[in-house]
Design a protein around this ligand. Structure first.
Ligand code: C2E
Ligand code: MG
Ligand code: MG
Length: 404
């Protein structure tokens, strides 16, 4: 449901509200209107994202909605580099609101304050007046990427507009290609090639990430059969899995059956889950991860080092691989702290019986440092960018590990 009050000639601040309780949104809107705001009230994520354009100067967001996780929406706004100021609302206790406010700030979002529900009229007026005073000239919101709708994503799947690029993974000890990571791209009819950071978070928020995940799995499993090493053995396939998809207990069985259908053994697949996603979903995900592992599927902790996880938490994850985030690899040459993180990650990972992959390897120096410190696998532009399957096959024919 979208309720809009606009069409005034002079530019006044525009409040966008998302609250599953229609009455709360309308109430807040009317209060804002009395203070000179325009407003748009929405009750679900899809309408909210559609309404979020450059005219919006202030967002009021409920953190607890039945079919939508407010924290997830905050992350999406952070990823989209949203500059619009936020007011957070929730019926949770104050500590939760304060934590959410801190999270929003670490995501680079600006927060004007929070309201604990049920809030009083005066509290809301105070926040809105404070905002209006500080922003006599309305701030213009800038969205880094265009909002995508659920229909667009579903349609793109039907039209098979999602394609995969593959990036090789090399064994550092002998320079052999041992696997490929599949990375999804959207071949958009008007926008050209769209990268995953511009549609995966949206697919998660809009509830179509499972469909997209299965689409990617089927496509990758069908394409991987072409990739064999010199001995004729199939290369390993790494697939990125959204932590949100780790809720269905049937996933391990369904996935293994699908792999078999394409003639790919489960031990030939590595499922990558980001460290931050893992921590968030740890309780529900552990069961599924353990079952996947029992079926011999490999598990990798992606973007390791960025999720602020405690080893204590990750100890329980039956992962077989750790992927050091590319930001550490990038900073290795200039920051001692990055070198320490990389060295210690390799050491601890090995002690826990995991293989260590370094992503984002771009230079010979980085590769040398990783080799000296016993890192197992490297992936990055130094070898190849992610490219279509046919191009990678061609690259493999010309690649000579002797020059490694
Ligand atoms: P990721 O899994 O950590 O993938 C690595 C990202 O680093 C890729 O970005 C890759 O193109 C980029 N990269 C590789 N080598 C280098 C390098 O040497 N230097 C630099 N600067 N970057 C490098 P990409 O393809 O844009 O993907 C971004 C993220 O989107 C992925 O991060 C992954 O988390 C997510 N993603 C990609 N495909 C899928 C998918 O099918 N499903 C899900 N759920 N997520 C996906
Ligand atoms: Mg990955
Ligand atoms: Mg990564």
């Amino acid at each position: 449901m979208t309720l809009t009050k606009t069409d005034e000639p002079k530019k006044s601040p525009h409040l966008l509200i998302i609250d599953d309780e229609k009455e709360v949104g309308e109430f807040a809107g009317i209060v804002a209107q009395s203070l000179g705001f325009e407003f748009t009230a929405t009750t679900n994520a899809e309408d909210f994202l559609k309404a979020l354009d450059d005219n919006i100067t202030l967002i009021m967001m409920d953190l607890m909605m039945p079919d939508m996780d407010g924290i997830e929406l905050l992350r999406l706004l952070g990823q989209q580099k949203c500059r619009t100021t936020l007011i957070l609302m929730s019926g949770y206790d104050k500590r939760v609101l304060e934590t959410a406010e801190e999270l929003a700030q670490t995501l680079g979002l600006s927060v004007a304050g929070h309201l604990q529900k049920p809030f009083r009229l005066a509290e809301l007026q105070k926040l809105l007046k404070g905002y209006a005073l500080l922003n006599l000239v309305p701030q213009v919101a800038r969205q880094a990427s265009k909002a995508v709708t659920k229909d667009e994503l579903l349609r793109a799947m039907v039209r098979e507009e999602f394609i995969l690029h593959y990036q090789p993974q090399l064994n550092i000890a002998n320079g052999q290609v041992m696997g490929v990571e599949a990375l999804v791209r959207w071949q958009h009819p008007e926008r050209g090639l769209v990268y995953p950071d511009d549609f995966i978070p949206q697919a998660e928020v809009l509830g179509v990430i499972d469909e997209l995940g299965w689409y990617v799995a089927r496509l990758a499993l069908s394409e991987i059969r072409q990739f064999v090493n010199k001995e004729g053995a199939l290369l390993k396939l790494s697939l990125n899995v959204s932590p949100q998809s780790l809720h269905d207990l049937r996933l391990p069985d369904t996935f293994v059956a699908l792999a078999r259908q394409y003639g790919v053994a489960p031990e030939n697949v590595v499922l990558e889950i980001t460290e931050s996603g893992l921590i968030k979903e740890l309780a529900s995900a552990l069961d599924i991860l353990t079952r996947l592992r029992m079926k011999r599927v490999h598990l990798s902790i992606d973007d390791f080092g960025t999720g602020y996880a405690m080893m204590q938490q990750l100890r329980h994850v039956p992962a077989t691989e750790l992927k050091i985030d590319k930001s550490f690899v990038h900073d290795m040459h200039q920051l001692n702290s990055a070198r320490v993180v990389v060295r210690k990650t390799i050491e601890i990972g090995h002690e826990l019986g995991m293989k260590i992959v370094a992503e984002g390897v771009e230079t010979k120096e980085q590769l040398e440092f990783l080799r000296i410190n016993g890192c197992d696998i490297a992936q990055g532009y130094y070898f190849s960018r992610p490219i279509p399957a046919a191009a990678l096959l061609d690259w493999m024919q010309h690649y000579a590990p002797l020059n490694f």
